[in-house]
Design a protein around this ligand. Sequence first.
Ligand SMILES: C[S@@+](CC[C@H](N)C(=O)[O-])C[C@H]1O[C@@H](n2cnc3c(N)ncnc32)[C@H](O)[C@@H]1O
Ligand code: SF4
Length: 450
Amino acid sequence: MDTFSLLARYDRRLPRYTSYPTAANFDTRVNARTYRRWLGAIPEGSAASLYLHVPFCASLCWFCGCNTSVVHSVGALERYAAAMVAEIERVAAAIGHRLPVRHVHWGGGTPTALPAPLMQAIDAALRRHFMIDGATEIAIELDPRTLPATAEADLRALGIGRASLGVQDFSPLVQEAIGRHQSVAETRDAATVARVAGARSINLDLVYGLPQQTVASLEATIASVLEIEPDRIALYGYAHVPWMQKRQAVLAGFDLPDAAARLCQQTRAAAMLVEAGYRRIGLDHFAKPDDPMAQARGTPRLRRNFQGYTLDDAAVLIGFGASAISALPQGYAQNVTRTIEYLDAIETATLATARGIARTAQDDLRSRIIERLMCDLTVDVASIADAAGMDGATLDDAWPQLEPLETDGLIRRNGAVVTITEAGWPFLRCVAACFDQYLDPQASRHAAAI
Ligand SMILES: C[S@@+](CC[C@H](N)C(=O)[O-])C[C@H]1O[C@@H](n2cnc3c(N)ncnc32)[C@H](O)[C@@H]1O
Ligand code: SF4
């Protein structure tokens, strides 16, 4: 079957499977009381990872799907930081003992939108209530356009070991369309600041499928990105979801690249990165061969969580801040999205949990299968079911859904081993979706799968 027919058949709106069940399946049956109970059941000594959501930026990029807004008032930033400190104290009290921490991730938004003393106050609260030491990997998302002059000292004070910098595309036409002007030089300088401050690993984010973007603009962007020599590169497909992220409506005036154009951009960008020596990881990541993520490829050490691909193996992920999601052995709990509602909840001495889902044994089984597919592009369904002590027959709904994908050459099946073919790589989410028991084919809240 030719590519256009494949796209017509499979380009659906699907989750990115950074979790299973996905955030689309969360509801209000999980609340602050549930979350407090789950926290209290975490066994002493369990390894944890911590996510901090800072929903502020200096200005908004029209394409951005993140939960963020522009706030310049120092008072408002102080109020948010104080709420995060209070949340850290309350969560730690609910746990009842200090957990050793594997990873800390400062995300957003743009975490450095908080003045350095406020970030340090949050960091100090984390260190008081959790065990953070030299072995803890501390990562941050940085906007190269707005790094403060004091960034080098600030990042060092926080112990940053890994930094992720947004690029998207360097073409002036694309930048004008998405409202984000950023030069190669300031990106290179920001990477240097992060490296000098102690970041051993630098990631750059690229996006394809943006307005005004072409294969040629992506080629030029990638040539510039390669000069900066990042250790990792993320190549995301633009998720156009204006019904969820109103700011994206600004882009409706442009002809967005269609599915065929998106596929061409993704294929060419991936080929360039592989030619340049990067190893392709899962759906959308690339890493230098000596990067630990490249070395973990094809092993169970490569994992997928809300931050995307990761080497984090902690069984407990605790999210702080507006919209942050926690993943505990019992299920997922998400804080209320709007900053003002988050502040209200924390300031009235409770937790800010708004929704979530308790995971069943069946969810755990499907979660493992989907995670291995998203990481390894192959999965032995029977051995995962056996290891979980589950009856493989409970997955019988998946096989008929996989049949057309096999007929169309997107997967190969050998007994219960499902492997994505080279042609099937862009359709990875379609394969994972066959194991998703919750997916509503009529619902369209997700972004395009290709
Ligand atoms: C939370 S942002 C943080 C980056 C930082 N604030 C900056 O702008 O450099 C992380 C990344 O998410 C990606 N992203 C944001 N919105 C997206 C969308 N609608 N579709 C695909 N990727 C998106 C971008 O690549 C962005 O760099
Ligand atoms: S891409 Fe970064 S700077 Fe732009 S709006 Fe999103 S989080 Fe803010």
